[in-house]
Ligand binder design. Structure first.
Ligand SMILES: Nc1ncnc2c1ncn2[C@@H]1O[C@H](COP(=O)(O)OP(=O)(O)OP(=O)(O)O)[C@@H](O)[C@H]1O
Length: 274
């Protein structure tokens, strides 16, 4: 993606719709989502839509429901009430088989890359292809090596996860999240545990791959620099609701008290500790 278009306030600043049909229409819509764990009400009427081909960043204090939102989107958690629509399908109204098919349209990058410790980087990245496709090994190799190259890890294919750095693990997790060519990629704190330089490098990789693939990306982060660098749109969540949503440029210039407090890291303001 042209970095200049980042932070635009309408979809017409986003790249042209690719010819393969991805990115047309609604991609993901979460409506009036409620979810409690025991007596703890986590989601309290959260409503948010994700624009096609954009990078939407989800910000918010710890424990406010960001990861729970991602788990609802990918169909790992069922709402108590409210709906999650992916490509126009309410994922809890369809049968398990269709839900499984919808899940395959997602790539997920977990916080630590979630690599299998017993497999080297190559086998980790090849895993979804071996599990979900009948592709011959030669084609799998082509796809895996291309994805490893994209994230700058082609020289690390034979390394075990415990032989590579945290940033490399995340990049390997990213390559694995991409091999099935997902239309939606969810990132759960891609920058957690990384120093500012590695965070910046990872953000460059995310932007570059997004520019090539033009998927719909959802990035959960605490890191304001990440949000500034990658976002087209920003949603701020607090206490299981969206308290602000807007184009990135508007968000970072906003007078909204929730946004100002979060961006400034102030202890005083509407975002309380509870
Ligand atoms: N499966 C579960 N069972 C019980 N409680 C849960 C479960 N999943 C999440 N929670 C609780 O829901 C709340 C929101 O969790 P979530 O992980 O979504 O927060 P978050 O906004 O992603 O926080 P952080 O930024 O710290 O990762 C937390 O209090 C968490 O303990």
């Amino acid at each position: 993606m042209d970095p200049q278009s980042r932070g635009g306030d309408s979809t017409d600043v986003l790249p042209a719709v690719p010819q393969d049909g991805r990115g047309t229409g609604a991609v993901a819509k979460v409506r009036d989502l409620y979810k409690a764990f025991g007596s703890f009400q986590v989601m309290r009427g959260l409503t948010l839509e994700f624009k096609p081909r954009a990078i939407t960043t989800i910000l918010g204090p710890s424990g406010t429901g960001k990861s729970v939102l991602l788990k609802h989107m990918v169909g790992l958690l069922e709402p108590d009430s409210g709906t999650v629509e992916i490509f126009g399908e309410d994922i809890w109204k369809v049968r398990e088989r269709e839900r499984a098919a919808l899940r395959k349209r997602f790539g997920v990058l977990f916080q630590d890359g979630a690599l299998f410790g017993s497999m080297n980087v190559y086998d980790n990245v090849a895993f979804p292809l071996r599990k979900h496709t009948d592709l011959p090994e030669a084609e799998i190799r082509e796809i895996v090596m291309e994805r490893l190259k994209e994230v700058g890890l082609e020289a690390a294919e034979k390394k075990a996860p415990n032989e590579i750095s945290g940033g490399m693990k995340k990049r390997a997790g990213f390559a694995r999240a991409l091999v099935l060519n997902p239309e939606i990629v969810l990132f759960d704190e891609p920058d957690s545990g990384l120093d500012p330089v590695r965070t910046s490098l990872l953000n460059d990789v995310i932007l570059k791959v997004h520019g090539d693939d033009k998927g719909t990306y959802v990035v959960v982060t605490h890191d304001i620099r990440t949000a500034r660098k990658v976002s087209d749109y920003v949603g701020l969540i607090w206490q299981g609701r969206v308290v602000y949503y807007g184009a990135a440029d508007d968000a970072f210039a906003s007078d909204d008290p929730f946004v100002r407090q979060f961006l400034a890291g102030d202890s005083v303001g509407p975002l309380g500790m509870d």
